[in-house]
Design a protein around this ligand. Structure first.
Ligand SMILES: C[S@@+](CC[C@H](N)C(=O)[O-])C[C@H]1O[C@@H](n2cnc3c(N)ncnc32)[C@H](O)[C@@H]1O
Length: 252
């Protein structure tokens, strides 16, 4: 989604990024120096020199927004967020229920998938997390797409006939009944869990509840370093979490 550009990203030659609000006059940015932020949006696609160093000026992508989010809870990053949005088949106009909002990183990925006409309804029990998630989502430009409910999702989902329910909770299996009631027939269920035990318990509960096409996956991301001798980077983004997917059946 291209939103009214309130920020730009400065990218240096080593791949480090800074999100800079535009139109805020002269500003000192840690690690960059002092720069004029008025009219920065007109430099998008060009290079900018600050303190003798050169930066590419970019429009923030959804990946930039998620990677530079203010973190309160452990977030779901772009590697898994994009996969969750794709495999729950989300598109513009869909409604997706999320539990819990945490820092709002996944909320942004889901909002990006359903914008501009769809809706993300995100449940969160902790008011302090809710404040951070709301601020992050608004800052990313998805305030009109996402809606937050301060509520324990296991106690009930108010929405009905939604296209997808996506959970990032310590005990996702405790929310299967309410997810089932909220989902449209054949709607998509997805859950993200850091441990094998959580993933296993979720899969067993989904089978018990007669969901169809229950499957789990872990993604490992390894970047390539291209030079004279090109090879994979020594470090990789290995374990983050297991993702489990399923489809809601009306009858088995
Ligand atoms: C790991 S965090 C979610 C992070 C989020 N996916 C992100 O990318 O920023 C898990 C969140 O679930 C919330 N939570 C735990 N149990 C809940 C429940 N029953 N209903 C709603 N939220 C819950 C926690 O307060 C916490 O904020």
């Amino acid at each position: 989604m291209s939103f009214a550009m309130r920020e730009v990203v400065l990218l240096n030659a080593r791949g480090k990024k800074w999100r800079i609000p535009v139109g805020e006059g002269l500003r000192t940015v840690r690690g960059v120096g002092q720069l004029k932020t008025d009219g920065l949006e007109r430099l998008v696609g060009h290079s900018l020199e600050v303190g003798g160093r050169t930066y590419a000026v970019l429009e923030p992508s959804v990946r930039d927004q998620i990677e530079t989010i203010h973190r309160k809870a452990q977030i779901i990053g772009p590697k898994d967020g994009a996969y969750l949005a794709f495999h729950t088949d989300l598109g513009a106009g869909d409604t997706v229920v999320e539990g819990g909002a945490g820092s709002g990183a996944l909320t942004i990925a889901l909002a990006h998938a359903v914008a501009p006409t769809g809706r993300v309804v995100s449940y969160e029990i902790r008011p302090d997390f809710l404040d951070v998630a709301r601020a992050n989502v608004e800052e990313a430009g998805y305030g009109d797409v996402a809606q937050f409910r301060e509520k324990d999702i296991t106690q009930g989902i108010e929405e009905r006939d939604v296209q997808a329910v996506v959970l990032d909770l310590p005990e996702p299996w405790t929310a299967l009944q309410v997810a089932k009631r909220a989902l449209q027939p054949s709607g998509h269920f997805a859950s993200y869990s850091p441990t094998v035990e959580q993933m296993r318990e979720t899969v067993l509960a989904l089978r018990e509840e007669a969901f169809a096409e229950v499957w789990s996956v872990e993604l490992l991301e390894r970047r390539m370093e291209v030079g004279r001798g090109s090879r994979p980077a020594f470090q990789m983004l290995g374990h983050t979490g297991y993702m489990t997917f399923a489809r809601r059946m009306v009858s088995a």
